[in-house]
Design a protein around this ligand. Structure first.
Ligand code: ATP
Length: 375
């Protein structure tokens, strides 16, 4: 089920040429973005790139300086936060310390003057959803960080928003708990069929939870795509470098070499001491400055010289090895002094001839594993 790939789908949330200035500083710059119903959507980028500002404008805590925001096709300018079908969960959780878990969850519903029976029913429903039934009578300081996070989530969901806005929701949790909670969030979002918009600077988190990700830089969106597309086909040096590990080498576009396998073409990028062949459509002119990139796990490392026909082959010395459990990363120093990384899955504990420091090795990769980055 992926409504956002259907060209006829109507966006649930639309940012239309939105700009936000604070004095003469532009936090968000002429940004347009569509988010669809039931999407788990992430805004990803480094600190200060405008993610939170974008989310706060959707929530109604800030108004755009220019442009408009549409929700289900309607302009929501001037609609106060409490009248919007959005609810925001803050990184600090902002729980009331003197109130029990159930009172915290009930708070917004009481403010809205819902009938008591309805409030009780919703609190029970939410406690069950976040698996905190037995903690209903505790106060926040009697809970772990992960439990507090779930209270905040329950409280945000109790008002049944159509869109839940999560600002760095898992930032305060340790790594293991964060990973578990990511899957709980996906479960809850799927169960309730809501649209989730999450702000994060953690690329692994964005990759794990999202249907689609918008990668931001200095108030603009650089790329919007699924996690797999962002990883496999980053549209720029910025996105390639921000997501995962990658070898990036500056070079010059040489032009088309020959036909590739999947109807595409193989192009060449001159990178000084070597030339990379990449199977990719490229619209730039020969001589243009481009970058060649390849992810370490797509680079094969071997002590044996490859066949003459190998498309891409580099020779160098093993300079460093990082053991990551599932993978080992080899840092190889090329003859021109540059380093190149190759990652190898540690599938077998018994390696015939393990590669070690100081070994001279060959690095090879197929033409369809590399990327030409034109911006
Ligand atoms: P972080 O992950 O650190 O929260 P972010 O990407 O969410 O970063 P924003 O909080 O949206 O970034 O801020 C974007 C820029 O706008 C920052 O440089 C910030 O200092 C500035 N900014 C945000 N709010 C205001 C404000 N009320 N007045 C002035 N400048 C602001």
């Amino acid at each position: 089920f992926s409504p956002w790939t259907d060209p006829g789908a109507v966006p649930f949330i639309r940012f239309e040429n939105v700009t936000k200035r604070f004095g003469d500083f532009t936090a968000v710059s002429n940004l347009s973005l569509d988010i669809y119903e039931r999407e788990f959507f992430s805004l990803l980028g480094p600190s200060g790139c405008g993610k939170t500002t974008l989310m706060r404008m959707l929530a109604g805590f800030e108004e755009p300086t220019e442009g408009r925001i549409l929700l289900q096709g309607k302009d929501i300018s001037g609609v106060p936060p409490y009248r919007r079908p959005t609810n925001m969960m803050f990184q600090s959780y902002a729980l009331f310390p003197h109130m029990t878990v159930e009172k915290n969850i009930a708070f917004g519903l009481e403010q809205d003057k819902l009938p008591k029976g309805e409030i009780d029913a919703r609190v029970q429903e939410m406690l069950k959803l976040v698996k905190l039934e037995q903690f209903a009578k505790r106060k926040p300081n009697q809970l772990s960080g992960g439990q507090r996070q779930r209270v905040a989530l329950a409280r945000s969901l109790a008002k049944r928003p159509k869109v839940l806005l999560l600002d760095e929701p898992l930032g305060a949790l340790d790594r293991k708990l964060r990973e578990e909670t990511q899957f709980e969030l996906i479960d809850i979002q799927t169960t309730l069929g809501l649209t989730f918009l999450i702000v994060t600077h953690d690329q692994e988190e964005a990759m794990t939870v999202s249907d689609r990700i918008a990668v931001m830089d200095k108030g603009v969106i650089v790329q919007v795509a699924t996690p797999a597309e962002i990883y496999e086909a980053p549209n720029s040096r910025y996105v390639a470098d921000f997501i995962g590990d990658i070898n990036i080498v500056e070079g010059t576009f040489e032009g088309r070499a020959n036909d590739g396998r999947n109807g595409s073409e193989v192009v060449r990028v001159s990178c000084g001491s070597f030339t990379a062949a990449v199977e990719q459509q490229c619209d730039v002119a020969p001589g243009a400055s481009v970058a060649f990139a390849v992810r370490p796990e797509k680079v094969r490392i071997s002590l044996d010289k490859p066949a003459e026909t190998a498309t891409n082959a580099l020779y160098g010395e093993v300079w460093d090895i990082g053991y990551l459990g599932d993978f080992s990363v080899f840092v190889v120093k090329l003859e021109d002094g540059r380093t190149f990384r190759a990652a190898q899955a540690n599938i077998s504990r018994l390696v015939d001839r393990p590669i070690t420091y100081g070994d001279m090795v060959w690095l090879t990769w197929p033409a369809d594993a590399g990327l030409v980055l034109t911006r």
